[in-house]
Design a protein around this ligand. Structure first.
Ligand SMILES: CC(C)(COP(=O)(O)OP(=O)(O)OC[C@H]1O[C@@H](n2cnc3c(N)ncnc32)[C@H](O)[C@@H]1OP(=O)(O)O)[C@@H](O)C(=O)NCCC(=O)NCCS
Length: 172
Protein backbone atom coordinates (compact mmCIF):
# COMPACT_ATOMS: atom_id res chain seq x y z
CA UNK A 1 0.00 0.00 0.00
CA UNK A 2 1.21 3.51 -0.80
CA UNK A 3 -0.03 6.51 1.16
CA UNK A 4 1.09 10.01 2.07
CA UNK A 5 3.76 10.11 4.78
CA UNK A 6 3.03 11.52 8.23
CA UNK A 7 5.26 13.96 10.17
CA UNK A 8 5.89 11.35 12.86
CA UNK A 9 7.48 9.09 10.22
CA UNK A 10 10.46 11.35 9.48
CA UNK A 11 12.96 9.25 11.45
CA UNK A 12 11.67 6.06 9.82
CA UNK A 13 12.06 7.63 6.38
CA UNK A 14 15.60 8.72 7.18
CA UNK A 15 16.42 5.19 8.29
CA UNK A 16 15.05 3.77 5.03
CA UNK A 17 17.21 6.26 3.10
CA UNK A 18 20.35 5.36 5.06
CA UNK A 19 19.76 1.60 4.76
CA UNK A 20 18.96 1.81 1.04
CA UNK A 21 22.14 3.80 0.39
CA UNK A 22 24.20 0.86 1.62
CA UNK A 23 23.60 -0.73 -1.79
CA UNK A 24 26.20 1.77 -3.04
CA UNK A 25 28.93 0.58 -0.68
CA UNK A 26 32.17 -0.01 -2.54
CA UNK A 27 31.01 1.37 -5.88
CA UNK A 28 33.16 4.49 -5.41
CA UNK A 29 30.26 6.82 -6.21
CA UNK A 30 28.85 8.05 -2.92
CA UNK A 31 31.15 6.40 -0.38
CA UNK A 32 31.92 9.87 1.04
CA UNK A 33 28.21 10.59 1.58
CA UNK A 34 26.77 7.24 2.62
CA UNK A 35 25.65 8.54 6.01
CA UNK A 36 23.86 11.55 4.50
CA UNK A 37 20.08 11.60 4.65
CA UNK A 38 17.49 14.22 3.76
CA UNK A 39 17.35 16.74 6.63
CA UNK A 40 14.31 16.39 8.89
CA UNK A 41 13.18 19.96 8.23
CA UNK A 42 13.16 19.35 4.47
CA UNK A 43 11.15 16.16 4.91
CA UNK A 44 8.69 17.88 7.23
CA UNK A 45 8.17 20.70 4.73
CA UNK A 46 7.61 18.21 1.90
CA UNK A 47 5.23 16.13 4.04
CA UNK A 48 3.25 19.26 4.89
CA UNK A 49 3.03 19.86 1.15
CA UNK A 50 1.76 16.29 0.42
CA UNK A 51 4.86 15.42 -1.63
CA UNK A 52 6.16 12.42 0.32
CA UNK A 53 4.73 8.90 0.09
CA UNK A 54 5.51 5.72 1.98
CA UNK A 55 5.02 2.18 0.78
CA UNK A 56 3.96 0.04 3.69
CA UNK A 57 3.92 -3.67 4.47
CA UNK A 58 1.62 -4.50 7.39
CA UNK A 59 1.36 -0.72 7.89
CA UNK A 60 5.14 -0.39 8.40
CA UNK A 61 6.96 1.85 5.88
CA UNK A 62 9.59 -0.08 3.92
CA UNK A 63 10.03 2.40 1.07
CA UNK A 64 9.41 6.02 0.31
CA UNK A 65 9.43 8.59 -2.46
CA UNK A 66 9.60 12.38 -2.37
CA UNK A 67 8.86 14.70 -5.27
CA UNK A 68 8.88 18.39 -6.07
CA UNK A 69 6.86 20.48 -8.47
CA UNK A 70 9.41 22.27 -10.64
CA UNK A 71 8.98 24.88 -13.31
CA UNK A 72 7.51 22.75 -16.10
CA UNK A 73 7.99 19.24 -14.73
CA UNK A 74 7.49 16.96 -11.76
CA UNK A 75 10.75 15.86 -10.18
CA UNK A 76 11.29 12.58 -8.33
CA UNK A 77 13.70 13.89 -5.74
CA UNK A 78 14.35 10.75 -3.72
CA UNK A 79 13.24 7.16 -3.68
CA UNK A 80 14.43 4.35 -1.45
CA UNK A 81 13.38 0.84 -0.53
CA UNK A 82 14.88 -1.15 2.34
CA UNK A 83 17.31 -3.71 0.87
CA UNK A 84 15.49 -6.62 2.51
CA UNK A 85 12.32 -5.58 0.63
CA UNK A 86 14.10 -4.88 -2.67
CA UNK A 87 13.36 -6.43 -6.06
CA UNK A 88 9.70 -7.10 -5.27
CA UNK A 89 8.38 -4.36 -7.54
CA UNK A 90 8.01 -1.80 -4.73
CA UNK A 91 10.28 0.73 -6.46
CA UNK A 92 8.27 0.41 -9.65
CA UNK A 93 5.03 0.94 -7.71
CA UNK A 94 6.43 4.08 -6.07
CA UNK A 95 7.53 5.48 -9.43
CA UNK A 96 4.11 4.79 -10.94
CA UNK A 97 2.47 6.50 -7.96
CA UNK A 98 4.60 9.62 -8.39
CA UNK A 99 3.83 9.60 -12.14
CA UNK A 100 0.11 9.66 -11.29
CA UNK A 101 0.72 12.55 -8.86
CA UNK A 102 2.61 14.54 -11.51
CA UNK A 103 -0.05 13.83 -14.13
CA UNK A 104 -2.76 14.79 -11.66
CA UNK A 105 -1.33 18.28 -11.26
CA UNK A 106 -1.01 18.68 -14.98
CA UNK A 107 2.64 17.91 -15.74
CA UNK A 108 3.43 16.11 -18.97
CA UNK A 109 6.74 14.74 -17.70
CA UNK A 110 8.44 13.39 -14.61
CA UNK A 111 12.19 13.88 -14.29
CA UNK A 112 14.83 12.50 -11.99
CA UNK A 113 18.60 12.39 -11.68
CA UNK A 114 20.42 9.15 -11.19
CA UNK A 115 23.59 7.17 -11.87
CA UNK A 116 23.65 6.05 -15.49
CA UNK A 117 25.38 2.71 -15.01
CA UNK A 118 24.21 1.40 -11.63
CA UNK A 119 21.75 -1.47 -12.33
CA UNK A 120 19.08 -0.17 -9.91
CA UNK A 121 19.39 3.38 -11.24
CA UNK A 122 19.64 4.25 -14.97
CA UNK A 123 18.83 0.76 -16.36
CA UNK A 124 15.97 0.33 -13.84
CA UNK A 125 14.39 3.67 -14.81
CA UNK A 126 14.85 2.95 -18.52
CA UNK A 127 12.82 -0.22 -18.03
CA UNK A 128 10.08 1.98 -16.56
CA UNK A 129 9.99 4.20 -19.64
CA UNK A 130 12.44 6.94 -18.67
CA UNK A 131 14.97 8.23 -21.20
CA UNK A 132 18.18 10.19 -20.61
CA UNK A 133 17.89 13.92 -21.28
CA UNK A 134 20.62 15.58 -23.34
CA UNK A 135 22.40 18.45 -21.66
CA UNK A 136 21.32 20.71 -24.57
CA UNK A 137 17.71 20.22 -23.40
CA UNK A 138 18.31 21.34 -19.83
CA UNK A 139 16.11 24.10 -18.43
CA UNK A 140 17.31 26.57 -15.75
CA UNK A 141 15.50 24.46 -13.13
CA UNK A 142 17.49 21.41 -14.22
CA UNK A 143 20.78 23.30 -14.12
CA UNK A 144 19.90 24.39 -10.58
CA UNK A 145 19.24 20.78 -9.52
CA UNK A 146 22.58 19.70 -11.00
CA UNK A 147 24.44 22.47 -9.16
CA UNK A 148 22.74 21.50 -5.91
CA UNK A 149 23.74 17.84 -6.33
CA UNK A 150 27.33 18.77 -7.17
CA UNK A 151 27.92 21.49 -4.59
CA UNK A 152 25.67 20.55 -1.66
CA UNK A 153 25.38 16.78 -2.02
CA UNK A 154 28.88 16.21 -3.46
CA UNK A 155 27.61 13.76 -6.08
CA UNK A 156 29.93 12.90 -9.00
CA UNK A 157 28.00 14.33 -11.93
CA UNK A 158 30.16 12.76 -14.61
CA UNK A 159 28.45 9.47 -13.68
CA UNK A 160 24.94 10.93 -13.48
CA UNK A 161 22.23 12.08 -15.85
CA UNK A 162 18.71 13.45 -15.95
CA UNK A 163 16.07 10.96 -17.03
CA UNK A 164 12.58 11.90 -18.20
CA UNK A 165 9.34 10.00 -18.57
CA UNK A 166 6.65 11.52 -20.74
CA UNK A 167 3.24 11.38 -19.08
CA UNK A 168 -0.05 11.05 -20.87
CA UNK A 169 -1.95 13.97 -19.36
CA UNK A 170 -5.15 13.06 -21.22
CA UNK A 171 -5.42 9.79 -19.24
CA UNK A 172 -5.22 11.39 -15.78
C1 LIG B 1 16.02 2.10 -6.66
C2 LIG B 1 15.22 1.30 -5.65
C3 LIG B 1 14.29 2.23 -4.88
C4 LIG B 1 14.39 0.25 -6.40
O1 LIG B 1 13.58 -0.41 -5.44
P1 LIG B 1 13.05 -1.89 -5.65
O2 LIG B 1 11.89 -2.06 -4.77
O3 LIG B 1 14.16 -2.86 -5.54
O4 LIG B 1 12.56 -1.79 -7.18
P2 LIG B 1 11.84 -2.91 -8.09
O5 LIG B 1 11.72 -4.19 -7.33
O6 LIG B 1 10.61 -2.30 -8.65
O7 LIG B 1 12.88 -3.07 -9.29
C5 LIG B 1 14.23 -3.32 -9.02
C6 LIG B 1 14.99 -3.42 -10.32
O8 LIG B 1 16.26 -2.77 -10.17
C7 LIG B 1 17.25 -3.54 -10.85
N1 LIG B 1 18.15 -4.07 -9.82
C8 LIG B 1 18.06 -3.88 -8.50
N2 LIG B 1 19.08 -4.45 -7.87
C9 LIG B 1 19.84 -5.00 -8.82
C10 LIG B 1 21.04 -5.73 -8.80
N3 LIG B 1 21.70 -5.99 -7.65
N4 LIG B 1 21.54 -6.16 -9.96
C11 LIG B 1 20.91 -5.92 -11.10
N5 LIG B 1 19.75 -5.22 -11.20
C12 LIG B 1 19.23 -4.77 -10.05
C13 LIG B 1 16.51 -4.65 -11.58
O9 LIG B 1 16.10 -4.12 -12.84
C14 LIG B 1 15.32 -4.84 -10.68
O10 LIG B 1 14.23 -5.41 -11.33
P3 LIG B 1 14.10 -7.03 -11.29
O11 LIG B 1 14.18 -7.41 -9.84
O12 LIG B 1 12.77 -7.29 -11.93
O13 LIG B 1 15.26 -7.55 -12.08
C15 LIG B 1 16.16 0.55 -4.66
O14 LIG B 1 17.08 -0.22 -5.42
C16 LIG B 1 16.95 1.48 -3.75
O15 LIG B 1 16.46 1.90 -2.70
N6 LIG B 1 18.20 1.78 -4.15
C17 LIG B 1 19.09 2.62 -3.34
C18 LIG B 1 18.71 4.07 -3.42
C19 LIG B 1 18.54 4.52 -4.85
O16 LIG B 1 19.36 4.19 -5.72
N7 LIG B 1 17.49 5.29 -5.07
C20 LIG B 1 17.18 5.82 -6.38
C21 LIG B 1 17.97 7.05 -6.60
S1 LIG B 1 17.55 7.83 -8.15
Amino acid sequence: MIRLARPDEVATIQRIEAEAAKRFWGLGLIDHALGDVTPAEDLLAAIADDRVWVLTVDDVPVGYAAATAEDGFGYLQEMDVLPEFGRRGFGRQLVEHVCRWARGIGYDSLLLTTFRNVPWNGPFYERLGFEPVERSEWTPAMAHICRHEKDEMRLPWDARAFYRKRLDVSSS
